[in-house]
Design a protein. Structure first.
Length: 303
C-alpha cells in the first residue's frame, strides 16, 4: 500500500525539480533577451505566448467552460489584477535586469520569499514574529553586501534605480500573489483560469501601449526566441510543474525547499552563458539571503 504514496511523492519531486531547473535559467534568459528588445517589448511577446499556452491547456482540459460560472465581480477583480501582474510586475523586474548585472538582479529578486509573508501579514493582521523579522533583516543585509560590492562602510550603490526596482518587484509579486490567492479561494476559481484572466487584461494593454508609442518589437531572432522562451517556460510550464508538485506531495516543505537550488544554478548559467564574472560579494550576499529564507521557512512551518 505504500508504493503509490512513494510514487506520488517521487513524481512531485521530479515536477518540483523541473520547475526549479527552468526558473534557474530565467536570469540568463532575461538578460540575454533584453539585448535585443526593450522591457515592454519583451513582456508583450512573453505574455502573449503565455496567454496562448494557458488558453490551449484550459480548452484541452475542458475547463474553459468554467468562465460561464464566474461572477462579474470576480471577473473584474481578475482583470484588474492583470494590471499588477504581469504588466507592472514584469515591467519593473525586466527594467531592473536591464539596469543591473544579472547576478545582482537575480539575488535580490529571490527575496520575494521574505516579502510575501510580510504582505500576507498585512491582510491577515497577524504580525510576523521577532524571529521572522530578524531572518528577513539578515537576508536584506545580504542584499546590501551584493549592491555595495561588499563594502558596507561606504554604503555606495552602483545603480540605485536598478536596486530599488529589483526590491520593488518583490513587493509587486507578493501583493499579486496574495490578492490572487484570495480571489481563487473565495470564488473557488481554478488557478490557471485566474491566470488566463490576468493575462487577458495584460495582452491588449501591452500591445496598445507599444502601438501608441510607436515601439512595436522588431521580429529579430533574439526578441522572438527570448519572448517565446520566457512566456512558455517562466510564465507557463514552470508554474504548471510547480503547482503539480505541490498538489502531489504530502510534505510541501520538502518540495518548497527545492527553490533554494535555483540561485546557485542561476549563477552557473549567468557565468557560463552570459560570461559574467561572479563577484565574491554576490556569493557572500546570496548565502545571507538563503539563510534568511531557509530560516523563515522553518519558522513558518513550525508555527
Amino acid at each position: 500500500m505504500s508504493q503509490p504514496a512513494f510514487s506520488s511523492d517521487r513524481l512531485a519531486l521530479a515536477c518540483g525539480l523541473g520547475a526549479v531547473g527552468l526558473w534557474s535559467t530565467m536570469a540568463t534568459a532575461f538578460k540575454w533577451a533584453l539585448e535585443f528588445s526593450s522591457p515592454i517589448q519583451l513582456i508583450a511577446i512573453a505574455v502573449t505566448v503565455s496567454w496562448l499556452f494557458f488558453a490551449a491547456r484550459l480548452v484541452y482540459q475542458g475547463k474553459i467552460s468554467q468562465l460561464k460560472t464566474i461572477s462579474g465581480g470576480t471577473l473584474r477583480r481578475c482583470f484588474a489584477l492583470g494590471c499588477i501582474n504581469p504588466v507592472l510586475f514584469y515591467g519593473v523586474l525586466f527594467t531592473a535586469y536591464d539596469l543591473l548585472p544579472a547576478q545582482d538582479a537575480m539575488a535580490i529578486n529571490y527575496t520575494w520569499g521574505l516579502t510575501l509573508p510580510f504582505i500576507a501579514a498585512c491582510f491577515s493582521r497577524v504580525l510576523p514574529s521577532i524571529t521572522e523579522a530578524s531572518l528577513a533583516l539578515l537576508s536584506y543585509v545580504g542584499i546590501l553586501i551584493i549592491v555595495t560590492d561588499g563594502n558596507l562602510t561606504s554604503f555606495e550603490f552602483d545603480n540605485v534605480t536598478g536596486v530599488a526596482l529589483a526590491i520593488g518587484s518583490t513587493v509587486l509579486w507578493g501583493l499579486s500573489w496574495v490578492l490572487n490567492k484570495l480571489i481563487v479561494e473565495r470564488a473557488n476559481v481554478d488557478a490557471e483560469l485566474a491566470l488566463l484572466l490576468n493575462f487577458t487584461t495584460a495582452v491588449p494593454i501591452l500591445w496598445v501601449t507599444l502601438s501608441i508609442t510607436g515601439s512595436l518589437p522588431s521580429l529579430n531572432s533574439g526578441t522572438v526566441l527570448g519572448g517565446i522562451y520566457i512566456g512558455l517556460f517562466e510564465m507557463g510550464v514552470a508554474f504548471v510543474l510547480w503547482m503539480k508538485a505541490m498538489q502531489l506531495t504530502d510534505t510541501p516543505i520538502r518540495v518548497s525547499s527545492l527553490i533554494f537550488l535555483a540561485p546557485p544554478l542561476s549563477l552557473v548559467f549567468i557565468a557560463t552563458v552570459l560570461g559574467e564574472a561572479v563577484a565574491t560579494s554576490t556569493l557572500v550576499g546570496l548565502v545571507f539571503i538563503l539563510v534568511g529564507l531557509g530560516g523563515q521557512q522553518v519558522a513558518i512551518n513550525n508555527k
